[in-house]
Design a protein around this ligand. Structure first.
Ligand code: AGP
Length: 605
């Protein structure tokens, strides 16, 4: 969470830092700030609110060739001018921007206060600034190293010192820090999206590394001061992927990009000759894959929900028992890791802290784990070392749309790959491949059809509560529909298995509670019809998400979605749920790309 940028070179750092912060704002957006080296020392400007508000209030002569910037998602201390980063020590000599959480901040603060240090903010980051300032040494690198030895927790930091005006010292433990190599200038960012405009050559710091960054280059060492050799990576991001183009919101742009995202995920992976999927990145030959007797999928939020859907697909085609679980719940229950289980970690960003911690726990206990990740070179992708990249393109809006879709495609491919090693016939495999071939165009037509969603949003946006219900895959899809709606529109939405309604939640059904029922034309169609009857009997309004316009039961509205193959039903049914959430949010005047209290990648526990 939060975004960090830095610059050391010959240009004015301020426009570079501000532009970088705009690009990283989706990572956190409750306050923003900059620090630059000036002749008389470090100058800091920071503000509660969005980057544009901080930018608009910048003093005229605020400039320098060395500087850092930050956009915040509050952990310690409410959003305020004082708690915004950069944080500094009492004398104003040190400036620190920080992503992550210092877990022993309270204890360290008490120790510093006992020595007479007076704090100006409630942040854990100020503790670090005060600690660094208190180290007696002529080297900023040594001061940072010494302060970091005293702290526990996670961090990605960039530190400036008025006594070392040509340097920025950065360090990483659990929160990404990337260096961009320029021509006699260096860039720093917590996310490659803030670098691509300036350079394609990047160095990814690993946990436990510190770098001294100057205009002429950088030097990386470990926390123990041992030198680290780093090879530059070429960034794969393209600059124009990062703009909204003609769309009003990144969310809608990314909904529209789903056909291309799916093409990206499918590219080179359909093997028509053997009616299967090629997943070379798994790096697991058939002999090794077949020894797994179970599959466990982990992820957080939408990534976890995609896992519920993926588990059904895999179990259906391969008959290998498969289930999904929240990565956070998984890691905290001291999980039994079995060597005949394949673990699959899902994360679009590749930086989600709980998912990464779960991956480390699996690896520590000797388990085999593969990743399904969008961001190439991200921490989870590197920790897994093998898996399936989504190639969906960058996703900027806080809510997952196209990466959720692409993750489902990756699961279809994995299910097909495993299924064809077991009992799925070549003919059945071919039908899935044919359907996958048609998927991008079918999604394109569905996405273009906005009118009904706009009407439905106008009709239901004033509701305070909504249920999303379904059975099996329909229930998992209901979870994603409810999550999308609550994230972007703040309308309280809850998903429930349709079969469970009568065991409690039916008490809340009334003319004031909307229910969206996922009712595909599958084996459970009749059961879902009965659920609708039960809701209607309580005068609850119903939107049915269906394959047919003519349901044997009265509903208020039907959204009809085409069918390609039953395995792909959730992928097609997802689109109207995304659009409904988006349109309701428009009606309710919400900040769709940057919903309150959220951030794109959750790099804290
Ligand atoms: C989805 O709309 C959410 N913003 C959130 O649940 C997200 O899916 C979750 O935080 C996991 O992120 P990841 O895929 O980057 O790991």
């Amino acid at each position: 969470m939060c975004g960090i940028v830095g610059y050391v070179g010959h240009q004015n750092a301020v426009p570079i830092l501000v532009e970088g912060l705009h690009r990283l704002e989706y990572r956190g957006y409750d306050s923003a700030g900059l620090a630059v080296q000036r002749k008389h020392g470090i100058e800091i400007h920071k503000r509660q609110g969005k980057v544009r508000e901080m930018e608009a209030s910048l003093p005229k002569r605020f400039a320098g060739v060395v500087g850092v910037g930050h956009t915040r998602w509050a952990t310690h201390g409410a959003p305020s001018d004082g708690n915004a980063h950069p944080q500094s020590d009492t004398s104003g000599r040190i400036a620190v921007v920080h992503n992550g959480i210092i877990e022993n901040a309270h204890e360290l603060r008490a120790q510093l206060e006992a020595r007479g240090v007076v704090f100006a903010s409630q942040t854990d980051t100020e503790v670090l600034a005060q600690l660094i300032a208190g180290v007696e040494t002529d080297s900023l690198e040594d001061a940072v190293r010494s302060a970091l030895r005293a702290i526990t927790g996670t961090y990605g930091i960039a530190v400036m010192d008025a006594r070392h005006p040509d340097q920025i010292v950065v360090a990483r433990n659990g929160s990404p820090v990337i260096l961009g190599i320029g021509d006699k200038e260096m860039f720093i960012a917590s996310d490659a999206s803030a670098l691509v405009r300036h350079t394609q050559q990047a160095i990814y710091l690993d946990d436990g590394e510190i770098a001294v960054v100057e205009a002429r280059g950088f030097r990386v060492t470990s926390l123990d001061a041992l030198p680290s050799t780093k090879q530059p990576t070429t960034l794969q991001l393209v600059d124009d992927q990062m703009s909204k183009g003609s769309f009003s919101h990144f969310t809608m742009k990314e909904i529209y990009e789903q056909p291309d995202a799916v093409r990206g995920t499918l590219r080179g992976r359909l093997d028509r000759r053997f009616s299967t999927a090629r997943l070379d990145g798994l790096n697991l030959p058939a002999r090794d894959l077949l020894r797994f007797r179970r599959i466990k999928i982990i992820g957080c939020g939408s990534a976890c929900i995609s896992g519920f859907l993926g588990a059904r697909m895999i179990e259906r085609l391969s008959r290998i028992p498969c289930d999904a679980e929240s990565a956070a719940e998984f890691r905290y229950r001291n999980p039994v890791i079995e060597d005949d289980t394949l673990y699959v970690a899902v994360s679009q960003s590749g930086e989600t802290f709980d998912t990464l911690a779960a991956v480390e726990e699996i690896k520590r206990k000797g388990g085999a784990v593969v990743g399904i990740v969008n961001v190439v070179g991200s921490t989870i992708a590197r920790a897994c070392g093998r898996g399936v990249y989504l190639h969906a393109g960058p996703e900027i809006a806080v809510v997952s749309t196209k990466t959720f879709m692409s993750t489902l495609v990756a699961f279809v491919l994995l299910a097909l790959h495993l299924g064809r090693m077991k009992d799925v016939s070549a003919g059945a495999g071919r039908r899935i491949i044919d359907a996958l071939d048609q998927l991008p165009d079918a999604l394109g037509s569905l996405i273009a059809n906005q009118a009904q969603m706009t009407d439905l949003a106008k009709k239901y946006a004033h509701f305070a509560n909504a249920y999303f219900v379904g059975r099996n895959e329909g229930y998992a899809l209901a979870m994603e529909g409810a999550l999308k709606l609550k994230e972007v529109s703040y309308l309280h939405a809850e998903a429930y298995p349709a079969s469970e309604l009568k065991h409690g939640p039916l008490a809340l059904i009334s003319p004031d509670t909307l229910t969206v029922v996922v009712i595909p034309s599958d084996d459970l169609f009749e059961k879902n019809v009965s659920t609708i009857e039960e809701i209607r009997a309580r005068r609850g309004p119903v939107i049915a998400l269906s394959h047919t316009a003519t349901l044997p039961v009265a509903v208020d509205d039907v959204i009809v979605v085409p069918q390609l193959h039953e395995l792909l039903d959730p992928l097609l049914m997802l689109v109207p749920l995304q659009q409904f959430a988006f349109r309701v949010a428009i009606e309710r005047g919400c900040d769709i790309d940057q919903p309150r209290n959220l951030a794109k990648s959750v790099t804290v526990e």
